[in-house]
Design a protein. Sequence first.
Length: 103
Amino acid sequence: MTQWIDVAAEADLFEGAGIAVTPEGQDIAVFKLEDGVYAINNLCSHGNAKLCDGFVEGHHVECPFHQALFSLHDGSVSCGPATEPAKTWPVKIEGGRVFLQLA
Ligand code: FES
């Protein structure tokens, strides 16, 4: 069964910025872009940096430590030094709330 977890109010999101949410003890960054809302592992795959603090460029987030670029659409790395992709989760907005599918 598909389980959606309520993680935030849609009103908490601002376009071009990320927030950190911690459903079930996981550390996840949620970003609002022009084309939708995306969830990506908050910890950079290269080091101890929080992607929720990163700079948004199009549909990418730039790690605040060494400027690796991750696609918010699928977590892929577009620019190093990171080499490992970041995990992403499906997101849906319903009734003004943001839900993630964690499984
Ligand atoms: Fe993110 Fe190095 S910690 S690029």
